[in-house]
Ligand binder design. Sequence first.
Ligand code: IPE
Ligand code: IPE
Ligand code: MG
Length: 238
Amino acid sequence: MSLPNHIAIILDGNGRWARAKGMPRSYGHVVGCDNLEHMCDYICDLGIKYLTVYAFSTENWKRSEEEVRVLMNLFRRYLRRVEKKAVKNQMRVRILGDKSGLAPDIRRIMEELEEMSAGYDRMYFQMAINYGGRDEILRAVQRIAADAKAGLFPEGKPTEEEFARYLDTADLPDPDLLIRTSGEMRTSNFLPWQLAYTEFYFTPVAWPDFHEEELHKALEAYENRDRRFGDALSKEQK
Ligand code: IPE
Ligand code: IPE
Ligand code: MG
């Protein structure tokens, strides 16, 4: 079976899943968080090298104050737990997104986590928190402009590689497979640059119900795709 090297997941549907059970949306976030912990271990055991998940978008600040507070508290607790997972799975953890928009204590936990796991290479786990793809591109452009002024960026038209080095995903391969749970068929500002040739898989199953068997359905669909990278032949056919 040919497994994707890099899976990206838009973790969607927590709120609707909980409401359907007559529970508050926050319950869906708690269960969704537990499921992420579980599925991350499973994906690591499968030998998949890169997992990138969308946990909070730059647009999600528009949700109710109460829901944002619940989510931020969950991140506080979850990021602590990920530290233990990083050791267990020998997993390097990186946070994508604009950390400057987050509370100082959350930033500190994120930075500690990135630092303590920087030497691990069995698996690479990225969490997008306060992430927006357009925001990422604008932040890259700002940093390029500053570097250009200081003479640190090559003059003339930059190559795609030179530009991508300024994105939050610098050094990461592009995702091979994007999964979005819970029926929505859009990318909601997730990795617009990096998903240019990614295969998309949409499922009506909500994130809290997305377990091993649902992942295998996505992997099977991926295996049957004829991958192209902007040329007529896929890389394997060459
Ligand atoms: C995904 O679930 C989690 C976040 C976006 C933080 P939602 O909260 O979007 O749940 P639905 O889509 O409203 O059901
Ligand atoms: C996308 O889901 C963001 C995350 C999963 C973190 P949303 O539920 O926020 O996206 P929309 O509002 O359906 O586009
Ligand atoms: Mg949603």
